[in-house]
Design a protein around this ligand. Structure first.
Ligand SMILES: *Cc1c(COP(=O)(O)O)cnc(C)c1O
Length: 398
């Protein structure tokens, strides 16, 4: 028995692994507070669900064009123009089974073996793996609290080689919640033009920004920048639609055509039913997004305050977007809890899960082993319960 080199080189998503262990404990009847999830706790808004049901009863249950229905792609074009100042034609949009597949497609059509992609750490767990699956080489730029978890051209320059093909961006960021300002993005855009690099920008959390912060789409700066950018977005986070699997890209036609062809030979495109629901999400009332955003903001502030009171834990940079807190826990390393020595964030996450029955994600999977990721896509009651448990467990650390 033998697996391909590609399969052997692959590591499973660590967030999915924690989630599986948590769900297994829950299935055994253990009451676990789950701060590891990367999905909104809210239900999909009713009008979107109804659109999906109607799609089934009306028989919209057949193959669609591989790139998605024209109706949905037109709705996406209107959204991009209105929200992001981006003018695209429907043939430049490719709808996929979640933004995760959109990102996968993007790297597949951009990279030749050995091509390098600039990725900042802490990163969303899947970027390096997706780059590797496309034969590319992830080149990681370390960021930390002192630079607000953001990279600058000066940090990238020493890592440039003749093989550098693209810069990967994720603002607002999962896991840090960092949001790049217009100026910071402009500097990166100019750098990409200067060095003839592509930009793959993951804007999944654009709707979830706090404290008056504004999300900017890097492709909106100029035609020159837009021509080298693949913008990735989707329905999962903004509309609480993770299970519907709806994501999309906007790019120059040459890349869109290649991604659509890739889909035509691999998945045949996304679910027809989900596409009807996604269209309704985009053209229907947008109020549910704001209701969720405000609730996330309330939890963000409360959770941050409580985490910062735990000795050795520190959210040094307040997140301005997404729904995660990413405290540093390195001051806990070397301490002992219930006879177990904590040397890494993996150790700490394991002790918290087993002894306090709270699921969190260690930073190692995000390329940031001194940190732990908390999701606040959980009700305020569960947030209180989980933090009570962690607080009392951490009092035993010595
Ligand atoms: C959740 C997430 C995605 C993918 O979401 P889909 O459900 O596949 O649309 C992509 N990027 C980031 C940063 C995410 O957190």
């Amino acid at each position: 028995m033998r697996l391909s080199a590609r399969a052997r080189a692959m590591s499973p998503s660590p967030t999915m692994a924690i989630d599986a262990k948590t769900k297994q404990m829950m299935a055994e009847g253990i009451d676990v507070v789950n701060f590891s999830v990367g999905e909104p706790d809210f239900d999909t808004p009713e009008h979107i669900k109804q659109a999906g049901i109607k799609a089934i009863t009306e028989g919209q249950t057949k193959y669609t064009p591989a790139a998605g229905t024209l109706t949905l792609r037109k709705a996406i074009c209107e959204k991009l123009l209105k929200d992001n100042g981006l003018a695209y034609k429907p043939e430049q949009i490719v709808v996929s089974n979640g933004a995760k597949q959109s990102l996968y497609n993007a790297f597949q059509v951009l990279l030749d073996p050995g091509d390098e992609v600039i990725i900042q750490a802490p990163y969303w767990v899947s970027y390096p793996e997706m780059v590797k699956l496309a034969g590319g080489v992830p080149v990681v730029i370390e960021t930390n609290e002192s630079n607000g978890f953001k990279m600058t051209p000066d940090m990238i320059r020493p890592k440039l080689t003749p093989r550098t093909r693209a810069i990967n961006l994720n603002s607002p960021s999962n896991p840090t919640g960092a949001v790049y300002t217009r100026q910071e993005l402009e500097a990166l855009a100019n750098f990409a033009v200067e060095h003839d690099l592509m930009i793959v920008t993951d804007e999944m959390y654009e709707k979830l920004v706090y404290g008056g912060v504004q999300h900017i789409s890097i492709a909106s700066f100029s035609a020159e920048v837009k021509a080298r950018t693949i913008t990735v977005n989707g329905m999962s986070k903004a509309f609480a639609m993770t299970g519907w699997r709806m994501g999309y890209t906007a790019s120059e036609t040459i890349y869109a055509k290649a991604m659509a062809d890739l889909q035509s030979q691999s998945t045949s495109g996304a679910s027809s039913i989900s596409q009807v629901a996604a269209t309704q999400a985009l053209v229907g009332p947008q109020e549910p997004i704001e209701v969720m955003r405000q609730e996330f903001d309330r939890r963000r502030q409360h959770m941050m305050e409580r985490i910062n009171r735990i000795p050795g834990w520190k959210v040094a940079v307040a997140p301005e977007g997404a729904f995660y807190l990413f405290p540093s826990v390195k001051d806990v390393f070397g301490k002992t809890i219930r006879g177990r020595t904590i040397n890494t964030s993996d150790d700490l996450a394991a002790v918290i899960l087993e002894e306090a029955r709270v699921a969190v994600v260690p930073g190692s999977g995000f390329g940031a082993p001194d940190f732990i990721r908390f999701s606040y896509a959980t009700s305020m009651e569960r947030i209180e319960a989980g933090l009570d448990r962690i607080e009392s467990l951490m009092q035993e650390a010595h």
